[in-house]
Design a protein around this ligand. Structure first.
Ligand code: GLV
Ligand code: MN
Ligand code: MN
Length: 400
């Protein structure tokens, strides 16, 4: 585990923060994909790509018995200044779980796959889980291709620069039809397992969550010569939105965060002519998130703000029987492993919403911190995660 994570460490590393900036369809992303392919090749696993560029490595032939493969995996991209575990832990654990099964002489009755999803965080183009949303048809190719990054480069252009054909993008029912069960192992992004004193747990559900863009208008003018009364300052509306988000979240019992903004023209001595804020809102209840959003829409409208929904994912409940099976397998009948929910989104959630029996295994996070260079998981807990994933793959792939 340490060696595999160390292999990835130089990729997209930010020297200043110690975090990672691994964005979709960049040179770093290409390196991550090549690393995945090489690790799979070293294990004799053939890698295929679907129409969104997600990678699938196969132990056994998934087309010989369609709809029966047991697949484990996650993503390798990161948020800005992300940690080492969110994503990579799931991919590395899947590789190690396969090693473990093989070293025991396990012979799967079903094909076993390892998946690496592209663009899970949406850090560059704004839509999270873009790879899994595309193949499941939850994100239309036309819309995806027009998404632009902070430099105005569209996904279509980024794909071309990466030597790919944008026209290939689209739903991929054939890739999905191979999967009988999908299991994503992930570092926990909260403190649930600390409180439960357990190294691993099983996912029950993902909170409803979404992303919205707020555009505020203004008029550029001189900061030293324009009277306060004569100004139309776009950033004032944005500032009020940031504070309103906190209030709306508190009032409605959900979470709301403005973590990304853009101010134009961006000169210290120019009154902002346009300001854009991206809001992330989530909660255990959809009504609470929608009520907070209604508050924010009203407050932004008073400042001339225009709101655009960039993504929305309703509550996702993982297959209950599968979760119970995993919890019992990992903890025993008398003391099953804990089953817990999360506010974090995952490709597993997108596949579950597409009707694929899906489960998640969480590995304890000793601080609960994630989406930060400080994200951590103890080596013993990571090992427990690999043990758990190997046990789950063996169990699921033994069914004839
Ligand atoms: C993905 O990590 C998300 O929940 O934003
Ligand atoms: Mn993440
Ligand atoms: Mn993740």
């Amino acid at each position: 585990m340490a060696d595999l994570l160390a292999d990835l460490e130089p990729v997209g590393r930010d020297g200043g923060t110690g975090g990672f900036r691994r964005y979709a369809w960049t040179r770093d992303d290409h390196e991550l994909g090549s690393w995945f392919e090489a690790e799979c090749a070293a294990r004799g696993l053939a890698v295929t790509e679907d129409r969104a560029g997600n990678q699938w490595a196969w132990w056994g032939d998934p087309d010989a018995t369609p709809g029966r493969a047991v697949v484990a995996g996650s993503h390798l991209d990161s948020v800005p200044d992300g940690g080492a575990f969110d994503g990579p832990l799931g991919v590395v654990s899947a590789l190690l779980a396969v090693d473990r099964l093989r070293s025991r002489g396990f012979v799967p009755a079903r094909p076993i796959g390892i998946a690496r999803f592209v663009d899970e965080e949406g850090a560059r183009f704004g839509v999270a889980c873009a790879g899994s949303r595309l193949i499941t048809g939850k994100l239309a190719a036309d819309r995806a291709l027009g998404l632009a990054d902070a430099d105005g480069i569209t996904l279509a252009e980024a794909l071309r620069s990466a030597g790919r054909r944008p026209d290939d993008l689209g739903p991929d029912p054939q890739a999905l039809a191979r999967i009988g069960t999908f299991v994503e192992l992930h570092v926990e992004q909260g403190k649930g397992l600390i409180d439960l004193d357990a190294p691993v747990g099983v996912g029950s559900d993902i909170w409803p969550h979404g992303r919205w863009r707020f555009d505020f208008p203004g008029v550029a003018d001189h900061a030293g010569t324009t009277a306060l009364a004569d100004r139309s300052d776009a950033l004032l509306g944005l500032a009020r939105l940031v504070l309103a988000a906190r209030t709306a979240a508190e009032r409605n019992g959900c979470l709301a965060t403005v973590g990304k903004t853009r101010v134009q023209p961006g000169g210290v001595n120019a009154i902002p002519s346009a300001a854009t804020a991206w809001l992330d809102a989530r909660g255990s209840a959809e009504e609470a998130v929608r009520a907070a959003l209604a508050d924010l829409t009203a407050s932004a409208a008073a400042d001339g703000g225009v709101i655009t929904e960039e993504s929305w994912t309703p509550v996702t409940r993982f297959d209950r029987d599968l979760a119970t099976r995993l919890a019992t397998l990992l903890g025993g009948v008398d003391q099953p492993a804990p089953v817990l929910g999360t506010g974090a989104g995952h490709d597993a959630g997108i596949l579950a919403r597409a009707g694929i029996p899906t489960a998640m295994i969480f590995v304890r996070n000793p601080t609960g911190v994630s989406h930060s260079p400080a994200e951590h998981a103890e080596p013993d807990d990571c090992e427990a995660g690999v043990d758990a994933l190997a046990a789950v793959l063996a169990d699921l792939a033994s069914d004839s």
